[in-house]
Unconditional design. Structure first.
Length: 178
């Protein structure tokens, strides 16, 4: 196939696949896809595509285990959680898909990590982050002391970023601060 033919094929695929990858602009989206609503369906599609890619990659790398609680779950109950949020990543870090994300289960681990209720220490052991009460406290205590399955040398820096991001806030809110 010549390059023009390949280009046409790509263009056609881009138009037919609603969740095309993020190319940093909306110029290829026709106006009728935005009618009447603020929802950016195009960006949503790109996010879903990335989520599918990250999850599949992590499943192949580490199997269908939650990196935090360590339990095995059906794939649909695991999500690819960004250790360092996409918005805070450099372009190079965003491309480091193997190490910047991990699998976390939908039974609380994903949210507890994202919200900073748990963090992962320098040695890869889960530590308590911001305090929670009741059920949240119980869940946190169930994770503290476990080894995070996704912590290794290449991902260490991302966990450090997450710890710093949440502990930084906690330290500033500490009652010992005058
Ligand atoms: Zn879990």
């Amino acid at each position: 196939m010549d390059s023009e033919g390949a280009l046409q094929l790509l263009r056609r695929a881009g138009l037919e696949i609603t969740d095309a990858p993020d190319r940093g602009g909306h110029e290829e989206v026709s106006a009728d896809q935005y009618l009447g609503g603020p929802t950016d369906t195009w960006a949503l599609g790109a996010a879903r595509t990335e989520q599918r890619f990250l999850r599949n990659q992590q499943l192949q790398l580490r199997g269908s285990f939650c990196s935090l609680c360590g339990h095995s779950f059906p794939e649909q109950l695991l999500v690819a959680a960004h250790i360092k949020p996409r918005s805070a990543c450099s372009e190079k870090e965003r491309m480091d898909t193997r190490n910047v994300s991990m699998l976390a289960c939908l039974f609380g681990c994903d949210a507890l990590f994202e919200l900073g209720y748990v963090v992962v220490g320098e040695s890869g052991v889960i530590e308590a982050g911001k305090p929670g009460a009741g059920q949240v406290k119980d869940r946190i205590e169930g994770l503290v002391g476990r080894k995070c399955l996704a912590h290794d040398e290449p991902s260490r820096g991302y966990f450090a970023w997450h710890r710093q991001a949440h502990f930084g806030k906690l330290i500033r809110q500490s009652p010992t601060t005058p």
